[in-house]
Design a protein around this ligand. Structure first.
Ligand code: 8OZ
Length: 368
């Protein structure tokens, strides 16, 4: 056990992550902000936004689509065209110049998408043809129901595994230190895990082993492609966001983590409770899950400085990801270190909306 004086600083001390060393244990959580330019290319404003926040040990970017069919929201960036790779390269250079590290979060939105985002206005793809009782935003229409998806053919799954593989290779080309696979929040890989959204009769449905197969195939492909030391994964065992339902989350996620232990990604990132909401919305034994993994454990959801400190000192987590606070406090690390007051939380209208700097890059840092 550390003394109070040393525990005061442990959050701010360097931490080794695979081949890299993070300047501190504070992580910028992945946050969708919908500011990409035409072609879903991150532009100069996105460069500035991440550079402003580059005092954290690690930045995890907003969710970034692995293909054009993976998109489900407006102006989210991709990592599947040469222009997108070039755009991200400017982001990684700016972040590295400030001494931080950066992983890109890779996703396929699955049934959370809408025909408006799909090539040829096709139905989005999902484990089963069951619509999520959830909404997405479509320009000109506002918040609308997600579309009824079509069930993927078994033969189509290797193609999507390959999209993740290719995007991870593109990530390295763009200068990222690694990738985080989005295995949370009801998007495609998480929807395969859960019995509320996966009612398939093939080798990707039914038993826990079958429902976890797709996510584990993606992890095997991506770790083989760029090295397990450059791959993390995010899971949200009991978060109900995006109509995520599972009857037995404890054995499901224990199986997933046991299998991940074999592939050994560089970290597992767990959203505890209801994302952005109560941490105790449903019973779940996170300690039992953590015990199954010998690698780096990242915790997230509603952490304050004292909670983060306690998590690290007690061994509950190695790294702590902060979401909401870092939107309105670009200098979050300094504010935490100095116990300085935080700026007011972001306003809802500028969270995803707007093209410009308002509510994005115009939050003031503390004066020197
Ligand atoms: C909020 C709005 C759109 C997407 C997630 C990527 O929940 C998201 C997301 C959050 O992981």
């Amino acid at each position: 056990m550390s003394t109070p004086a040393s525990s005061e600083t442990s959050l701010f001390q360097p931490f080794p992550l695979g081949d890299i060393t993070l300047a501190n244990r504070i992580v910028m959580a992945p946050l969708t902000r919908s500011r990409a330019d035409k072609g879903n290319v991150p532009g100069e404003l996105v460069v500035e936004y991440y550079a402003q926040r580059a005092s954290v040990g690690l930045i995890i970017t907003e969710a970034t689509q692995v293909s054009s069919t993976a998109q489900g929201y407006p102006s989210t960036p991709g990592l599947h065209t040469a222009e997108q790779v070039a755009g991200w390269k400017k982001v990684t250079e700016a972040v590295h110049a400030k001494g931080s590290k950066i992983f890109v979060q890779l996703w396929h939105t699955g049934r959370m998408s809408h025909t408006a985002y799909q090539p040829g206005e096709q139905a989005p793809v999902a484990p089963s043809a069951i619509a999520a009782k959830a909404k997405t935003f479509v320009a000109g229409q506002g918040m609308v129901d997600t579309s009824v998806p079509r069930a993927l053919e078994t033969s189509e799954i290797p193609g999507i595994v390959n999209d993740f593989r290719t995007a991870s290779r593109n990530a390295i080309e763009a200068g990222f230190d690694g990738v985080e696979i989005h295995g949370a929040h009801g998007y495609l890989l998480d929807a395969f895990l859960r019995d509320g959204s996966n009612q398939r009769g093939d080798i990707y449905g039914g038993s826990i082993e079958n429902r976890a197969r797709f996510l584990l195939e993606v992890m095997a492909a991506v770790t083989a492609e760029i090295g397990a030391g450059k791959v993390g994964i995010r899971l949200s065992p009991v978060s109900p966001v995006n109509d995520s339902n599972e009857s037995h989350p404890q054995p499901l996620f224990e199986y997933v983590v046991r299998e991940l232990e074999k592939l050994h990604p560089v970290y597992i990132h767990v959203v505890e409770g209801h994302t952005g909401g109560p941490r105790d919305n449903a019973p779940f034994d996170y300690e039992a899950l953590h015990k199954l993994y010998s690698g780096v454990w990242m915790v997230n959801n509603g952490y304050t400085k004292s909670m983060a400190q306690e998590a690290i000192d007690s061994g509950k987590g190695d790294l702590v990801a902060f979401g909401r606070d870092i939107i309105s406090n670009p200098d979050l690390v300094r504010r935490l270190r100095e116990d300085a007051p935080m700026n007011p939380l972001f306003s809802d209208t500028s969270l995803y909306g707007g093209q410009g700097p308002h509510g994005y890059t115009d939050y003031p840092a503390l004066a020197d």
